[in-house]
Write a protein that binds this ligand. Structure first.
Ligand SMILES: *Cc1c(COP(=O)(O)O)cnc(C)c1O
Length: 394
């Protein structure tokens, strides 16, 4: 009989370097493979599984909604979509939103919205300035917006109208803005780029620049949003507001959903401009409504901040004991452990064998993005494994 990896190799167009195990169930921040082996999950489906695995309340909401309705078209109203939308609007301070199914789709929508706004309100301007090492998704337009050339170069001409500057370099950004610029697109903290935090004043400077030039600020909070950094949205650390914001990843706690939010000024879509069959699907919205309520109103955000302090300290302590660790980056439960050498993929490979899921986000950086509800005990186990593995590399 063929194994799962052997069966997969026959039929799947391989785009992922998969770890060798098949995961079958989980509880909290632990997952289990088909051999019954347990792992502490500090990947959480790439910052997706906000409430962890096997969450009874979330599972029940999904099951109850599935019994009532799984899907109705956006041609009709549905209450979970409105309930969720109201929570996102009131917690963000933005004015209008629509729902999509993924991060790339959210950014597609945001880009389309900003282009329409620029063409209407800024003399036809539609260029968008993005940053090197950014990540905005894998569709043809979001790869055009992504500051990693390897993600777009094999695919021929991409959507025009994107320019790039180094992240966290305000002067470079300022010099790039001209009459053709409609918007600046940024991750408040670059996720896939290596968990890169800007200087505390950077986003405020960018906000002021956008106001002075009369252009839009789009924040891609697909990874940083929904409590991940210790505030509901990362922009709330920096005392600014975006004109447009995108969400996905943690929003549905594992159920695919994304959202595009905008202020009154930028919310220029009219009936017929945009749409989605599944976007705002009632099952996804019911799940997300539960997740967002947990984050905002049921103590999850407080848990994130408590565990973030614990995690930061765990990294510091390990740094004191291991000369292979030279620092840490990130906020809340989006962290990167910086290594002295380019050994992150090898370290992570051995961590997986030893029972810890982590992500080598850069050759010298291990990203940790556990469920927002990870316990101290689970973090202790994760760091015991990491320390043991690191000793093999001393
Ligand atoms: C993951 C991610 C995306 C893409 O989301 P998908 O759901 O994979 O399309 C976009 N932007 C950021 C910042 C991300 O981290």
């Amino acid at each position: 009989m063929l194994s799962i990896p052997e069966r997969e190799a026959k039929i799947h167009m391989n785009m992922f370097r998969r770890a060798p195990m098949t995961l079958v169930r989980g509880k909290g921040s632990r997952v289990e493979d088909s051999d019954g082996k347990s792992y502490v999950d500090c990947v959480a489906g790439i910052a997706v599984d906000a409430l962890g695995h096997g969450h009874a309340g979330l599972a029940e909401v999904i099951a109850e909604q599935a019994k009532k309705l799984i899907h109705v078209s956006n041609l009709y109203y549905s209450e979970p979509q409105i309930n969720l939308g109201e929570m996102l609007i009131s917690s963000s301070g933005l004015d209008k939103l629509f729902f999509v199914n993924s991060g790339a789709e959210a950014n597609e929508g945001a880009i389309k919205l900003a282009r329409k706004w620029g063409i209407q309100n800024r003399d036809g301007a539609f260029n968008i300035i993005s940053t090197d090492n950014s990540f905005h998704g894998r569709t043809m337009t979001t790869v055009a917006a992504t500051g990693t050339p390897a993600y777009r170069e094999p695919f021929g001409p991409t959507t025009p109208g994107f320019e790039f500057v180094p992240f966290n370099d305000f002067n470079a950004l300022k010099q790039k803005v001209n009459a053709e610029t409609a918007a600046i697109l940024l991750e408040p903290i670059q996720g896939e780029g290596g968990v890169n935090e800007p200087d505390p004043s950077y986003l405020k400077q960018v906000r002021d620049l956008c106001d002075a030039e009369g252009i839009l600020l789009i924040l891609d909070e697909v990874q940083t949003g929904c409590g991940r950094t210790g505030k509901m949205f990362a922009f709330q650390h920096y005392g600014i507001m975006p004109d447009i914001m995108t969400l996905a990843k943690g929003l549905g706690g594992g159920v695919p959903i994304g959202a595009v939010l905008a202020n009154e000024k930028a919310a220029v879509f009219q009936p017929g401009d945009h749409g989605s069959t599944f976007g705002g699907n009632v099952l996804a919205c019911a799940a997300s409504e539960y997740v967002v309520d947990q984050i905002l109103n049921q103590g999850v955000l407080e848990t994130v901040n408590q565990r973030a302090a614990y995690l930061e300290n765990k990294i510091k302590q390990l740094e004191d004991r291991s000369n292979l660790i030279v620092g840490q980056r990130g906020k809340g439960l989006l962290k990167a452990i910086i290594l002295r050498d380019d050994i992150a993929p090898d370290v992570v490979g051995k961590c997986i064998t030893a029972g810890l899921l982590a992500n080598p986000v850069r050759p010298n950086a291990i990203r940790l993005m556990p469920p927002l509800v990870i316990t101290e005990n689970e973090l202790d186990d994760a760091f015991e494994i990491l320390e043991t593995v690191l000793k093999e590399f001393e």
